[in-house]
Design a protein around this ligand. Structure first.
Ligand code: G6P
Length: 489
C-alpha cells in the first residue's frame, strides 16, 4: 500500500544524478541525436515495479543557446529525461574541480589535493561555492517537476548539498540520497574543509544509502564525531529527528548479459577472439582510466609475474581496456601518459616479433564486444585501489558460462564483500601478492574454478540491480510513513 501512489496509481520517482544516462550529439541548430546508455543503473531504475521513473541531470554537453536548449529538452523528454544546463565555468569549478579533484580522491583515500593540485585556499572555496550553486540548479529543476507524493532519489557525491536545498523548499518532500563511492573513515573525511555543511545537508534526507555496511558505519561515525550527534542502530538522530542510514548493495541486470551471449553478433565476436588468442591464456582488465582503478599497479604486477615465470611469456596475454574519463582534470591526463609509458616498456621487454604480452586500448567497447571479451577470457583482474562496488566484476561473472574463469578482486572494492568467497582477493598495492595470484588463477584446477564460479554466479544472478532499486524505494516510503506515524502519536 505504501509503495503505491494516490488511488493505486503508479508512484512517481524522480531520479536526480549529475549525469543523465544518455549521450547527446548536436546535429543542427535544433536537432539532437540521443543514445541512451543501457547501463545497470538505468535498467534498474526503469524496471522498478509500481513506479513511474524520470531522470533529472546534466547531459554532459554545453548548450549556451536557447534554441539548442529547447530542442534538447524536447528530445530528452521522449527518453523520460529532464536536463539541467550547466555552463562551462560551472562545469570547470563544480564538476572538474570540487567533485573530481576534491571529493572523488578524498572518498577513495587518495587524500586532499596537495600544492600542485590546489593552488590556494581561495580556489577551494570558490569551487565549493560553485558546487553549492550547481546543486541549487539541480534543485530548481526538481521543484519545476515535483508533484506531491513523488519520491526524490538523489545520487552520488556530486549532489551532497541537494537534500538540504530540497527540504528547505518543502519539508514534506520524500528525499533519499545514495552514495556510489566509498564513504571513507571519519579520520579521512574530517580533513575536508566543508565537512560540516555537507554532512548536515545529507542528514536532511529521510534515507541515506551506501553499498556496504562499512561505508554506512563510517558515515555514522563522521556524524557522531564531527557533528556530535547520536548514532543509533537505525541511523543518526538530531533533536528527535531520525535520518535512516543503511546498506543497499547494488547489482546488475544479469539477464541482459545472459541474453546477449545468445546473439549471433556476440557469438561471432567470441569465435574471432578465440581464434585470435588460440594457444594463449587471456587475462582481462576493464576500467575507466581513473587513479582509483590501480591500472599502473596491475600492469606492474603482471610484469612481475612474467619476470618470475619465464615459461609463461608467450602463453599469456593481458587485454586492458582503459576507458578515457574526466580528461579535463590534470591528474587523469598524467595517468594516461604514465600507463602508456609502463605498457610500452613491458611490451618492449617481453614482446616478440609475433606477439606482445599487453594489449592496451584507450577506448570503450560496444556492449556486444564487451560481453564477448568477458565470455572468452580465463582470468579477470579487478584490482582497484578503492572502489564503491565495481560492477565489472559482476558483469564478468554473469558472462562466464562453461569456462568458469577466475576473478582476481581487490579487497578494497565493495564487491569483495559479496564475491569474496568465489574470487581470489588481493591487496592491489602488494604487487608480489597480485603476481602470485595471477599464477594461482592461471594454474587453478578445474574443480576449484567450478566451485568458486558457482558461488559468484549464484550471487550475481540473484542480487540484481532491480532488487536494489526496489528495496531502496520501498525503504524510503516506509521510513517516511513511520516518521509520520511517530509525529502523530
Ligand atoms: C562513478 C561515479 C558516477 C559517475 C561515473 C562516471 O561510477 O560514481 O557518478 O557517473 O563514475 O564518471 P563521470 O565523471 O564520467 O560521470
Amino acid at each position: 500500500f505504501r509503495r503505491l501512489g494516490l488511488r493505486g496509481m503508479k508512484q512517481r520517482l524522480l531520479v536526480v544524478a549529475n549525469r543523465l544516462p544518455v549521450s547527446a550529439n548536436r546535429r543542427g541548430e535544433d536537432h539532437w541525436s540521443l543514445e541512451i546508455s543501457a547501463g545497470g543503473l538505468v535498467s534498474a531504475l526503469l524496471g522498478v515495479k509500481d513506479v513511474d521513473a524520470k531522470w533529472i541531470g546534466w547531459a554532459g554537453v554545453n548548450v549556451p543557446d536557447e534554441i539548442g536548449q529547447r530542442a534538447l529538452t524536447k528530445a530528452l523528454a521522449e527518453k523520460r529525461c529532464i536536463p539541467v544546463f550547466l555552463d562551462e565555468e560551472i562545469v570547470h569549478q563544480y564538476y572538474n574541480g570540487y567533485c573530481n579533484n576534491i571529493l572523488w580522491p578524498l572518498f577513495h583515500y587518495l587524500g586532499l589535493p596537495q600544492e600542485d593540485r590546489l593552488a590556494t585556499t581561495r580556489n577551494f572555496e570558490s569551487q565549493f561555492d560553485a558546487y553549492k550553486r550547481a546543486n541549487q540548479m539541480f534543485a530548481d529543476v526538481v521543484y519545476q517537476h515535483y508533484q506531491e507524493g513523488d519520491v526524490i532519489w538523489c545520487h552520488d557525491y556530486h549532489l551532497m548539498f541537494l537534500p538540504k536545498c530540497l527540504k528547505d523548499h518543502d519539508i514534506n518532500m520524500k528525499v533519499g540520497w545514495f552514495l556510489h563511492t566509498p564513504f571513507p573513515s571519519s579520520e579521512i573525511y574530517r580533513t575536508l574543509p566543508s565537512r560540516l555543511e555537507l554532512l548536515r545537508s545529507v542528514l536532511c534526507a529521510d534515507l541515506v544509502g551506501f553499498h556496504t555496511y562499512d561505508y554506512a558505519r563510517h558515515f555514522v561515525s563522521a556524524c557522531t564525531r564531527i557533528l556530535g550527534l547520536e548514532g543509533t542502530p537505525e541511523g543518526v538522530e538530531d533533536q528527535g529527528r531520525l535520518t535512516r542510514v543503511a546498506a543497499f548493495p547494488i547489482g546488475i541486470d544479469s539477464d541482459r548479459f545472459k541474453r546477449a551471449l545468445e546473439l549471433p553478433a556476440v557469438k561471432r565476436h567470441i569465435n574471432e577472439l578465440t581464434q585470435r588468442f588460440a594457444g594463449r591464456k587471456v587475462m582481462l582488465g576493464v576500467d575507466r582510466l581513473d587513479m582509483i582503478k590501480g591500472i599502473p599497479q596491475k600492469i606492474l604486477a603482471f610484469e612481475k609475474f612474467l619476470e618470475e615465470n619465464p615459461d609463461w611469456n608467450d602463453k599469456v596475454v593481458l587485454l586492458q581496456i582503459a576507458v578515457p574519463t574526466r580528461t579535463d582534470v590534470p591528474e587523469y591526463q598524467k595517468l594516461t601518459s604514465q600507463v602508456h609509458e609502463i605498457v610500452g616498456r613491458i611490451n618492449g621487454r617481453f614482446g616478440t616479433l609475433t606477439a606482445v604480452p599487453i594489449h592496451h586500448l584507450d577506448r570503450s567497447l560496444d556492449f556486444h564486444a564487451l560481453c564477448a571479451l568477458y565470455a572468452v577470457t580465463d582470468v579477470a583482474l579487478v584490482t582497484s585501489l578503492r572502489d564503491g562496488m565495481n560492477l565489472v566484476s559482476y558483469e564478468y561473472v554473469a558472462c562466464q558460462g562453461s569456462k568458469k574463469g577466475v576473478l582476481i578482486l581487490s579487497e578494497f572494492a565493495g564487491a569483495a564483500q559479496s564475491l569474496g568467497a568465489g574470487a581470489i582477493l588481493v591487496n592491489p598495492w602488494n604487487i608480489t601478492e597480485v603476481a602470485d595470484s595471477i599464477h594461482h588463477a592461471l594454474t587453478m584446477p578445474s574443480d576449484e574454478r567450478e566451485k568458486r564460479h558457482r558461488h559468484n554466479y549464484a550471487h550475481v544472478t540473484t542480487h540484481t540491480a532491480q532488487d536494489w532499486a526496489e528495496t531502496f524505494v520501498f525503504e524510503l516510503n516506509d521510513t517516511v510513513a513511520e516518521a509520520l506515524l511517530r509525529t502523530r502519536q
